[in-house]
Design a protein around this ligand. Structure first.
Ligand SMILES: Cc1ncc(COP(=O)(O)O)c(C=O)c1O
Length: 421
């Protein structure tokens, strides 16, 4: 006799992706068959890549590629075990010392992904009597960390200090330790965290401050040291998290803070202790990128110039960019169907972009996320602009005062006053 239901019934009923596939609009898992960084080939078509996080364009820097190859020659292709037991390389420890110095902290610890950093650090530090205050737009890996952590999580409105103070006032006394956590640059909207205000509230309500600098490293600060260096208050951040999957052209991530706290995380964070170490090639890649970031400011300068060029032109065409001031420049589209259809058309015409739909953004606020690199040439950027404008007009996102007005209203209601351009 059988009892209960079929565990897989939800899989049989899951139609969302299949419907998009049937319409030829499925924008995910596009196999890239060749890449030069700025350009990729998918479905046999060359596209300008304006949908990656390769901000400094270092994935194809010859020196970085050679460093990865040399590490393979010296250490082999993988560590085949956790750093805790048998996978710890001198390269990992060199990288940790360099990263700690770069972001201005006593110590750093490298994990094999950035996702694991957030999950593992929150899980290790936040006990049953503690609380996490988390921005509503924080990355999924932070959300995952808040699920693993034993303490409560209280979310506050995105980048909204009034709302953060409201929840702190109402709840802080009920808990023992407390942590306020937010992305330094938000991955979908490109917003920069209001860090000075967050630090003031952290001091007032006795909370530690944790900044996820995944999209800020290589992007903000004089040499790309992140959000704290951008605002000149990095010494007031208790924990800085970074990933290697963006400006550092590799894979992995790190947490940085005081020696005692990092030592504790090293012996308590389960995704660190029970998952294999970053590969030699990945680690050497990050070390070489760090050399370049420390000594060649021209990459950050050209990233900033390219982002400013695109922002100015996209806005003057009439796109609503949510007033982004970073190399992540979203285009507010509104409904999912238009975002999917425009993405497909852009890819067919040689521009690789990605759509952002619910739950990453609120219903009716779909975006096309564009992001820029230091290595993009003027030709790459002008090609993208020409096709974005053409297709924006074709789909009615551009060229109608009524649509512009409607999108401005959506931006104000869902992304806040700072998104008005
Ligand atoms: C803000 C943020 N935090 C953390 C991560 C996770 O980093 P990783 O790709 O190294 O797992 C990402 C990656 O998308 C991110 O955007």
């Amino acid at each position: 006799m059988s009892t209960g239901g079929d565990l897989f019934s939800k899989c049989y009923k899951f139609e969302d992706a299949k419907k998009l596939q049937a319409m030829g609009l499925y924008p995910y898992f596009r196999p890239i068959t060749a890449s030069t960084g700025n350009n990729v080939v998918t479905a046999g078509k060359r596209q300008v890549m304006i949908g990656s996080n390769n901000y400094l364009g270092l994935t194809h820097d010859r020196r970085v590629m050679e460093a990865a190859q040399d590490a393979i020659d010296k250490y082999g292709t993988g560590c085949t075990g956790s750093r805790f037991l048998n996978g710890n390389l001198d390269l990992h420890e060199q990288l940790e010392a360099r990263l700690a110095a770069f972001v201005g902290k006593e110590a750093a610890l490298c994990f094999s992904t950035g996702f694991f950093v957030n999950q593992g650090t929150l899980g290790a530090l936040v006990g049953r009597a503690d609380v996490i205050y988390s921005d509503r737009e924080n990355h999924a890996s932070i959300v995952e960390g808040t699920r693993v952590a034993l303490g409560d999580t209280i979310r506050f409105k995105h980048n909204d200090l009034e709302d953060l103070e409201r929840v702190l006032k109402n709840t802080r006394e009920k808990y023992d330790g407390a942590l306020i956590i937010a992305d330094g640059v938000f991955s979908m909207s490109g917003d920069i965290l209001n860090l000075p205000g967050m630090i003031d509230l952290g001091k007032k309500y006795n909370c530690k401050i944790y900044v996820d600098d995944a999209h800020s490293l290589g992007v903000l600060g004089p040499r790309g040291e992140g959000t704290g260096h951008h605002f000149g208050n990095h010494q007031d951040i208790d924990l800085v998290m970074g990933t290697f999957s963006k400006s550092f052209a590799s894979i992995g991530g790190f947490i940085a803070g005081t020696s005692d706290v990092v030592h504790y995380i090293k012996h308590k964070a389960r995704p660190f202790m029970f998952s294999a170490a970053m590969s030699p090639a990945s680690t050497a890649t990050v070390l070489k990128c760090l050399d370049i970031m420390e000594t060649e400011p021209e990459h950050l300068r050209s990233l900033t110039d390219n982002a400013a060029y695109m922002s100015k032109n996209l806005r003057s065409m009439g796109f609503n960019t949510l007033n982004s001031r970073t190399p992540i420049i979203p285009l507010l589209i509104g409904d999912d169907a238009t975002a999917f259809a425009m993405t497909q058309k852009l890819c067919e015409e040689g521009v690789f972009v990605t759509p952002v739909v619910r739950p990453a953004v609120p219903e009716g606020c779909s975006l096309i996320r564009t992001s820029y690199m230091a290595s993009h040439t003027k030709e790459d950027l002008d090609y993208a602009l020409e096709h974005l404008e053409k297709i924006g007009r074709e789909f009615g996102v551009l060229g109608s005062a009524e649509t512009t007005e409607r999108l401005n209203r959506i931006a104000l209601e869902n992304f806040g006053a700072h998104s008005i351009q």
